[in-house]
Design a protein around this ligand. Structure first.
Ligand SMILES: Nc1ncnc2c1ncn2[C@@H]1O[C@H](COP(=O)(O)OP(=O)(O)OP(=O)(O)O)[C@@H](O)[C@H]1O
Length: 306
């Protein structure tokens, strides 16, 4: 008989030392059968997906979150990339720990101005060291994702963004199952101009359709290069493939994001800056691009869940 045992901080500590797999086993039928309490005050849930790794999915998630917080929204970001969690680094919050209260995990607060806020949850906060990684089989990943969905105390949140690993792996199947009752608003698919013709993006689209996940649109990342000296944008790779794919698949095209070295620099230097990342980002050349992307998502008039 299979049974579910949640991961405690002790388990994760144990994992840090041994780098071995836990002995818990989980039935794949161990799925939440009602709206989890932790999500009861979350108005919108958006998933960020990509067919391939390294296309900038986490960067897009980060910028969507910064844009929403800049617009005065309360934002949560959940990183379900268990083998390569990059959220703590993106927000300059490496080394921060998640507090375990009697009601569950309290996410790390990256920004709070009394009105807007940014709360983060990632396995990276539980593992501690940046060099640590996990090697888990499917059932353990399922258990972790179930805990992420049920045990994080998000409180009142306008938007919960879920950053997923690349492809259509165990994590994707788990999150689709675990969110069944939460009815997410949909997925934003990230691609690069040279990847749009590959089967990977189509696989991602097929996955969404199979699990009845609404596709909110496609974002083409690394679409051209912004010169750090003259700010001119040059199309290094091709451009327009994302738009073509969106047209052929009858999906909304949300926008093209150029390569901007200033963005990478901002992420790297933010911890030594006196300014908040949300404020720094408002002056970034990519900020208007993401405002326009977010506006197109708003224009879809996705109804509030609560
Ligand atoms: N538009 C952009 N301009 C400049 N750099 C970018 C842009 N998009 C992504 N990058 C950089 O490219 C690298 C990969 O991006 P990111 O980690 O967001 O990709 P990913 O798809 O989430 O990767 P993974 O598959 O590992 O999850 C990062 O160093 C990031 O800073």
């Amino acid at each position: 008989m299979y049974f579910f045992t949640g991961f405690s901080n002790k388990d994760l500590y144990h994992h840090r030392i041994n780098y071995c797999e836990f002995q818990h086993q989980v039935s794949m039928t161990d799925v939440v059968e009602e709206l989890p309490l932790s999500l009861s005050n979350v108005k919108h849930i958006l998933l960020i997906l990509s067919g391939k790794g390294g296309v900038g999915k986490s960067s897009v998630t980060t910028q969507l979150a910064l844009t929403l917080a800049g617009l005065g929204k309360k934002v949560g970001v959940l990183d379900i990339d268990l083998t390569g969690p990059s959220l703590p680094r993106m927000f300059g919050m490496e080394g921060q720990s998640v507090y375990q209260s009697s009601e569950g995990w309290v996410p790390v607060t990256a920004y709070d101005n009394g009105n807007a806020c940014l709360k983060l949850m990632s396995l990276g906060f539980l593992l501690g060291d940046r060099g640590n990684s996990v090697v888990w089989r499917g059932p353990k990943k399922t258990a972790m994702i179930k805990q992420f969905i049920n045990d994080v105390q998000w409180g009142e949140i306008d938007y919960l963004l879920i950053d997923t690993p690349p492809g259509t792996s165990d994590e994707h199947i788990s999150i689709a199952e675990q969110l069944r009752w939460a009815q997410p608003d949909g997925a934003i698919i990230v691609t690069t101009p040279q990847n749009v013709a590959t089967a990977d993006v189509r696989k991602e689209i097929n996955f969404c359709r199979k699990v009845n996940l609404n596709i909110l649109g496609i974002v083409e990342n690394m679409s051209g290069f912004i010169c750090p000296h003259c700010s001119e944008c040059t199309n290094i790779f091709s451009k327009g493939g994302g738009q073509q794919l969106a047209n052929s698949q009858k999906i909304d095209f949300l926008g093209s994001v150029p390569i901007d070295p200033a963005f990478v620099e901002m992420i790297e230097k933010q911890s030594s800056s006196k300014e908040q990342l949300v404020t720094l980002y408002e002056r970034s050349s990519l900020a208007p691009v993401f405002e326009s992307i977010m506006q197109k998502v708003f224009d879809n008039k996705i109804p509030s869940r609560v």
